[in-house]
Design a protein around this ligand. Structure first.
Ligand code: FAD
Ligand code: 2HG
Ligand code: ZN
Length: 527
């Protein structure tokens, strides 16, 4: 009996009638959900292009930068060769639009360096000539930080994708910034390790982009954020100087921990070229449970019990509300394996002993179901079924694009107030144009993703949402950007989460590291 679901059903000490009913319901549905092929991540779902950023956001003015001319292009071509300097408008267009199609720049030049030295020469030239640049990884960022606002030169890491080393004892990997997260995950898996972060964009995002945004993802609860797992970085400063902070040591208290300045700085303080990262051992045992509950109160009760009963093996605790699940059901035909509930919880455990983990999971499920907190559920350790359940959660972001235009908010709160913003906005925003307000996210990290969908972008609706959402968040001492960063969308709202003194120090640091303000201007800091 390899399947945990089967094991529970056949256990005599268990289960309550509702558990039997619910697990049977999973068994009868499982063919349906597993029959949906795992589709690979699609980069651009909708075909429309957004208005130019300069026209939609008229309050942002182009800085006093040099306009790109033929001499600049000739320099880049001498450095990189003709094929790694893209100037064709059609070819540049994909690099100018963000993943959710909310912003669009009009850069006429995309550079594809292959080495740190090339990045250094590019930046040194741009700095001397006052040409603004926009670093770009996989362009999956959700706050408009990865594309130019005006005509900034785009520097992509797409050709810097070598896995330099992996220490088979410590699990420390050294990677070039353009390595795609999923490729690295597959590589380290083969050697018995895993990456300490995982996100729905793994098939496209680059590790350099992940570090630059301090990406959180689906297992932060267990493995912590990148400030903990990144051991060292190689960074090119705005003036082209190469900063070797590429330590692979766990302990190194020699002076200030400079790497932390660049983790999460979204390309505004330096260009990350290499990363040393600690990979944990690949878990030997995995379990995924998918549960249906009636209220957010019951989510909190389940979370508390999951923490105390699953302890060290709990690796994810994710919430999906009914309207979020509806996205993947409507657009991808992916049904809930347990029927329809107001809320779903996805729990994952990762451990080293299957029997031990299953016992813990069984006891936990028995408790939450006996107490009537969880109404229905399914649990599995079969690879294809776990993937199908994860797909219900991971593909929401992509599916939301099929709704039309989506206003995205990535907020964190004390966990008790996690879902309040969704309920509040549903009351406040009773506008026929808005047909979906949904919430899902990382309960374990207090990080909710609020998404508001309408057919197309509307300034009027935007005014009803912002700054209201940020005021609401600030009043609860929450964060206006929990994991996606500030990018282009939020600089003027950063003060809702940071004091004036903190913003002023950030501006001072920016001046020291990038006195000409050429690195990703108009992003992160208010103008
Ligand atoms: P990009 O989007 O290309 O760039 C992001 C920012 O980093 C930009 O400001 C850019 O200028 C800068 N940058 C990129 N590379 C460098 C570099 N080498 N040096 C300096 N600056 C650089 N995010 C989460 O945190 N958690 C999630 O769970 C999550 N899930 C997602 C799911 C989907 C389906 C999608 C589309 C996005 C998701 N994201 C998530 C957001 C996004 O994937 C992350 O922010 C990711 O880390 C961005 O990586 P990227 O390579 O695409 O970077
Ligand atoms: C996730 O957790 C990502 O799936 C994306 O951070 C969130 O689409 C979003 O709003
Ligand atoms: Zn997230």
């Amino acid at each position: 009996m390899n399947n945990l679901a089967t094991r529970i059903l056949s256990s005599s000490s268990l289960p309550t009638p509702s558990l039997v009913a619910s697990l049977s319901s999973f068994l009868s549905h499982r063919l349906i959900i597993t029959s949906h092929r795992q589709q690979t991540f699609v980069r651009h779902v909708s075909t429309g292009v957004p208005e130019l950023t300069k026209d939609r956001y008229k309050d942002v003015k182009r800085g006093n930068y040099t306009k790109l001319d033929k001499d600049h292009i000739d320099f880049f071509k001498r450095l990189l060769g003709d094929h790694r300097v893209i100037t064709d408008s059609e070819e540049c267009s994909g690099f100018n639009v963000d993943w959710i199609k909310s912003v669009r720049g009009y850069s006429q030049c995309v550079l594809k360096p292959k080495s740190t030295i090339e990045v250094s020469k590019i930046l040194s030239f741009c700095n001397a000539n006052k040409l603004a640049v926009c670093p770009q990884g996989g362009n999956t960022g959700l706050v408009g930080g990865s594309v130019p606002v005006f005509d900034e030169v785009i520097i992509t890491t797409s050709l810097m994708n070598t896995i330099s080393s992996l220490d088979d004892i410590s699990g420390i990997a050294v990677l070039e910034a353009g390595c795609i997260l999923e490729n690295v995950e597959n590589y380290v898996n083969e050697k018995g390790f895993m990456m300490p972060l995982d996100l729905g964009a793994k098939g496209s995002c680059h590790i350099g982009g992940n570090v630059s945004t301090n990406a959180g993802g689906l297992r932060l609860l267990r493995y912590g954020n990148l400030h903990g797992s990144v051991l060292g970085l190689e960074v090119v400063k705005a003036n082209g100087e190469i900063l070797d902070l590429l330590s692979t040591l766990k302990k190194d208290n020699t002076g200030y921990h400079l790497k932390h300045l660049f983790i999460g700085s979204e390309g505004t303080l330096g260009f990350i070229t290499k990363i040393a990262i600690q990979c944990p051992p690949k878990p030997k045992a995995l379990n995924v449970a998918y549960l249906g509950v009636n209220s957010f109160e019951d989510i909190l009760k389940t979370f508390k019990m999951a923490k105390s009963n699953l302890g060290e093996i709990l690796s994810s605790f994710e919430l999906i509300d009914e309207k979020s699940l509806d996205v993947v059901s409507t657009y991808y035909g992916m049904k809930s394996p347990i029927g329809i509930y107001p809320f779903y919880i996805l729990i994952e455990t990762q451990g080293s002993n299957l029997a031990h983990d299953e016992e813990k999971m069984n006891l936990f499920l028995e408790k939450v179901m006996n107490e009537g907190i969880v109404l229905n559920g399914t649990v599995t350790n079969e690879d294809s079924k776990m993937k199908s359940i994860w797909a219900l959660r991971e593909r929401i972001t992509e599916g939301l694009l099929c709704d039309g235009y989506v206003f995205k908010y990535d907020l964190s709160y004390p966990v008790k107030e996690f879902y309040a913003i969704v309920e509040d906005l549903r009351e406040r925003l009773k506008d026929p144009e808005v047909f979906r307000i949904c919430g899902y996210g990382h309960v374990g990290d207090g990080n909710i993703h609020l998404n508001i969908c309408l057919k197309e972008f509307s300034q009027e609706i935007l005014k009803k949402i912002e700054p209201y959402v940020y005021e609401f968040t600030s009043a609860r001492k929450g964060s206006v950007s929990a994991e996606h960063g500030v990018g282009f969308r939020k600089p003027k709202y950063i003060h809702y989460s940071k004091s004036e003194a903190a913003i002023s120090l950030m501006k001072d640091l920016k001046k020291v590291l990038d006195p000409n303000n050429i690195l990703n201007p108009y992003k992160v800091l208010p103008q």
